[in-house]
Every structure is written in structure tokens, then in C-alpha cells.
Design a protein around this ligand. Structure first.
Ligand code: CMP
Length: 504
């Protein structure tokens, strides 16, 4: 609310109150004039309190008495009406100021009508007391509230529900579990946006645009879930995929699709995670944060729609709730040939296998198997025994060694690089942790597959030994006493390889 509006209202109020006060100020003089005029007209003596006596000491007749009392009562009524108008104007102005300034600053919301109602009732009662007692100081009002026990019981019983609602409403206001504009979910009763909080109950605009009105006393006993307006509230959307779809790929494409949906907050990255490995496929959960929680259902629907489209484009399949009896067919011979061909292709691209002839590469391919690792999954662990090496055919890995309790990356290996050869060829424990950096597919080659190849290729032993020595140097940390000895002879590696494989 701009300040200019408050100023405008203040000016209106001051002018109105000024005029009324002026009238109140001149009323006694007016009363005097009326009294003197009547007195001279009818020859009456009327004191300041309008007690009548005729100038000749007799009693005034009934008509004169009625006329005079009419005039005096009329003046009194005018006084009370002006006084009440002044009180009402002041109450409204004070409430206006209260809701626009104090209340708004402290709770960041509209002053709910229950607070306004209770405040104005209190002010009106006080004003009534003051005005009544000014004009009728002899009439005691206190017994009206303290003495009438029976009246109290009757009124109390009649207003039992109403008062229950009023006090429950006041308790709610004191607690402030929600405000106008918040989304509330009341178990078993419904959900929607809080539209109004009154002394009787709370009005909630449901997502079907109907109005749900719940009395305060009922609401006080319910469990209420509140999603405050302006807060980053989260939602979950579920879906599932077939087991054959890659989880890392699914996470990546779904997260990107969700981020682009309107009303999904840019402040928080949506989370896409596996909820369960179900009967029919992988069960997934999307957790995302909304700018406007009141549009939760539309946003959920849009997310589901986008997931469908992205699945179409990326070739990902939803899992149907069906039970499939899977009869595994014997792999076709052509499939095996294709597979062998692609592995052979891969191995041909690996630098250390360059000296091998086609037949040897094929033999190696026959002895290798493909494996897929998830992002951040360890493929080999430092210190473990091992009898295989790996060639990366998709993805990348980090080679890490611990240094001062922190994992230090000494190298990153990509497609067509290999690792795990040090342990495989020398029989020593693994020298580093190798962790998949993203979803990574590797070819695993075992000792038995390599042995015949080494026997026919002394030069291969030699080139691998060189590489092993180079890698060993990188693995030595700066505080290692052996660090300076970078050019250690490769003889050590050759000897251990020959010994381990039983070569001459
Ligand atoms: P291995 O010791 O069997 O297991 C850990 C593997 O990390 C190791 O074999 C090497 O293949 C690899 N490795 C160790 N150091 C390096 C390095 N500096 N650069 C690349 N790979 C390395």
C-alpha cells in the first residue's frame, strides 16, 4: 500500500473528525439557546438539567412537558449519534493504520478479519462505556457484567458453539500455523489455498475452485499440513522404466526435462533418484521445488508429460505393470560374430596392443567381457588382489590415491585407455582406486586371456613394463623418499611380469 493512500485516508479522517468535534463543541451553546427560547416562550424555569418549573411556582402542563422533554432528548440523541460517528470513524481509521503498517510489518500478511473483528468489538464496548457513563453517570453498568449470572448462563449456553469457534479462532491466530495465501492440506477434508480467516472459521479455495469452510473449533482438532506461500515447497512425481534402460542416462535426461517446466524453481536442482527395484522395472522418484505451490497439480502434470516426450526421443521405455516370462534365446551365431567384431575393433585402438597381429587380437577379444559401471562407482580398489585389466570403451575414470586422508586424482582415463594392468601383470595388489567418472563401459581381460599373447610377444611385455614404470612414478607422492628415483630401470617390472606369467 503506497504511503500516499495512508495520507489521503488520514486527511479525510481529520476533516471528518474535526467537523464532528466542532459540532460537539457548539452543541452546549445550541442547547442553551433552545432552553432560553423555550423558557421565554412558555414562561418556564428550566435549569441546566432541564428540570422544569413554572415562573408562577406551579407545575407545567403535560403538553409543555412533552415538548420540552422532546427537545432535550433530541439534543441528547444528536450528541450520542455524533459521538458514536466519531468513535466509528476513529476505530476504522485505527484498524486501517494497524493492518497497513504494524500488522503487515510483523507478519508479512493481511490482518485476518478475526483480529479486526475482535479489536473493533473491544474498542466499541469501551467507547460505549465512556459515552454512556458521561451522559448517565448515575447508572451503574458494572453489575450488568458481574451480577447477572443467570443471563450469563443463558447467553453462554446459546452461544456455546459460536464462542467455541471464536476462542479456537483466537488460539489459531495466536499460533499462526498458516496465513492467507498459504496452501493447506487437511487430512480427510481437502486441500486448497487459505482465502479468509474469520471469527467463525477458515475459508479454503480448493483446487476445484470450490470453497471449503471449516469452523475454527473443528480445525483446531485436525492435523494440518501447511505449505507456506513464498516458501520453496517440494513435490514428488513418480514414474518407472524398464530394467534395460540405463539409470545414469535416465537421471540426466529426466532432470533436464524437469528443469525446463514452468513453475519449477530455478533455485534448487531437481533430484531424480531410484526409489525401488520393482517387479516390473525400476521405480523412480522426481523431487522438485515449486515457485508457486498452489499450482502443484498443473506442474506435476506438465512434468509427467515432458517425461513422456523425453522418453520417446531418448528411447527409454516405461515399465508396464505386467509379469513377463522371459525365455532367454540361445544367442544367434551372427550376434556373437557382431560382438566379437566390435570388441576386436576396440582392442585394435588400444595403443599397447598395437604390436599384436589380427589373430592375437581376436584371441584377446574372445577372452574379454564387457561391464557397465555407474557414475562414482569404484571399478578397482587400492590394495585389493586382482587378476584382470580393463579397457574403457565408453565413459571415463579417475585414478585416485589417498594423500593426507583426501583422495587425490593422479590421472583421468578415457575411451581406448586401459587400467588395472599393474596388478594383473605383476601379481602385486592394486596400486590405486579407479572410479567411474560417469556411466562407463569397460572390457575386462583376465590373466588366462593374456598369457598366450605374452608368450608369443616379448615386445609387448617390454612396452607394458615401460608404461607400468611411468605410472609407478606418478603414483609416488612428493613426500615419498623414493620420489626422486624417477628413472628407475624398467627391469623390475619386466622381471615380475615374466615371473608371474611363468615366461622365460
Ligand atoms: P592396478 O595397480 O592394477 O590398479 C590400479 C590401476 O590404476 C593401475 O593398475 C593402473 O592401471 C592405474 N594407474 C595407476 N597409476 C596411474 C597413472 N599415473 N596414470 C594412469 N593410470 C594409472
Amino acid at each position: 500500500m503506497p504511503n500516499s493512500e495512508i495520507q489521503k485516508k488520514a486527511i479525510y479522517f481529520l476533516v471528518f473528525a474535526g467537523v464532528l468535534s466542532l459540532i460537539l463543541a457548539i452543541l452546549p451553546s445550541l442547547e442553551e439557546i433552545v432552553r432560553v427560547t423555550l423558557m421565554s416562550r412558555f414562561g418556564i424555569l428550566a435549569d441546566k438539567k432541564w428540570v422544569l418549573a413554572m415562573a408562577d411556582g406551579g407545575k407545567p402542563d403535560a403538553m409543555i412537558e412533552t415538548l420540552v422533554s422532546l427537545a432535550s432528548n433530541l439534543l441528547l440523541i444528536i450528541k450520542i449519534v455524533i459521538g458514536m460517528a466519531l468513535v466509528i470513524a476513529s476505530v476504522r481509521f485505527v484498524l486501517f493504520l494497524f493492518s497497513r503498517t504494524v500488522y503487515r510489518n510483523t507478519t508479512q500478511g493481511e490482518a485476518s478479519s478475526i483480529i479486526k473483528t475482535v479489536l473493533s468489538i473491544i474498542i466499541y464496548i469501551v467507547a460505549f462505556f465512556i459515552i454512556f457513563q458521561t451522559h448517565y453517570p448515575d447508572v451503574p453498568l458494572a453489575p450488568l457484567f458481574t451480577g447477572s449470572t443467570i443471563l450469563g448462563i443463558v447467553v453462554g449456553l446459546a452461544l456455546q458453539d459460536t464462542l467455541g469457534n471464536l476462542f479456537a479462532g483466537l488460539a489459531l491466530q495466536a499460533d499462526q500455523p498458516f496465513q492467507v495465501g498459504d496452501v493447506v492440506i487437511i487430512s480427510g477434508r481437502g486441500e486448497g489455498v487459505v482465502e479468509n480467516v474469520s471469527w467463525r472459521g477458515v475459508s479454503i479455495r480448493t483446487f476445484r475452485n470450490t470453497l471449503l469452510v471449516i469452523s475454527n473449533s473443528v480445525l483446531g482438532k485436525e492435523t494440518i499440513e501447511v505449505a507456506p506461500k513464498g516458501n520453496l515447497n517440494a513435490r514428488n512425481v513418480f514414474f518407472n522404466t524398464l530394467y534395460s534402460n540405463s539409470p545414469a542416462h535416465t537421471i540426466q535426461v529426466v532432470r533436464e526435462a524437469v528443469r525446463q517446466v514452468d513453475n519449477v524453481s530455478k533455485k534448487m536442482r531437481p533430484v531424480v533418484r531410484v526409489r525401488n527395484l520393482g517387479d516390473n522395472g525400476i521405480d523412480w522418484e522426481i523431487k522438485y521445488w515449486l515457485d508457486d505451490f498452489a499450482k502443484q497439480h498443473d506442474t506435476d502434470a506438465m512434468i509427467r508429460q515432458r517425461v513422456w516426450y523425453v522418453f520417446q526421443r531418448e528411447g527409454i521405455d516405461f515399465a508396464f505393470p505386467t509379469r513377463t516370462i522371459h525365455v532367454e534365446p540361445k544367442p544367434e551365431e551372427t550376434d556373437q560374430i557382431d560382438r566379437m567384431y566390435s570388441i576386436t575393433e576396440r582392442l585394435n585402438r588400444v595403443s599397447i596392443f598395437a604390436p599384436l597381429c589380427d589373430e592375437e587380437i581376436e584371441r584377446l577379444a574372445a577372452a574379454s567381457t564387457s561391464r557397465v559401471y555407474a557414475p562414482d562407482e569404484a571399478i578397482v580398489r587400492l590394495g585389493q588382489e586382482g587378476s584382470s585389466m580393463f579397457v574403457i570403451i565408453r565413459g571415463s575414470v579417475k585414478v585416485q590415491i589417498p594423500e593426507n586422508n583426501v583422495e587425490k586424482t593422479v590421472n583421468t582415463l578415457r575411451e581406448n585407455d586401459f587400467f588395472g594392468e599393474m596388478c594383473l601383470l605383476t601379481g602385486e595388489p592394486r596400486t590405486a582406486n579407479v572410479i567411474a567418472d560417469e556411466e562407463t563401459e569397460v572390457l575386462r581381460i583376465d590373466k588366462n586371456g593374456l598369457k598366450p599373447i605374452f608368450e608369443g610377444n616379448p615386445s609387448l611385455v617390454e612396452s607394458i613394463s615401460e608404461l607400468i614404470e611411468e605410472r609407478r612414478v606418478t603414483l609416488k607422492s612428493a613426500d615419498d623418499p623414493d620420489h626422486e628415483n624417477k628413472n628407475a630401470p624398467k627391469k623390475g617390472a619386466i622381471r615380475s611380469i615374466k615371473k608371474f606369467f611363468g615366461l622365460k
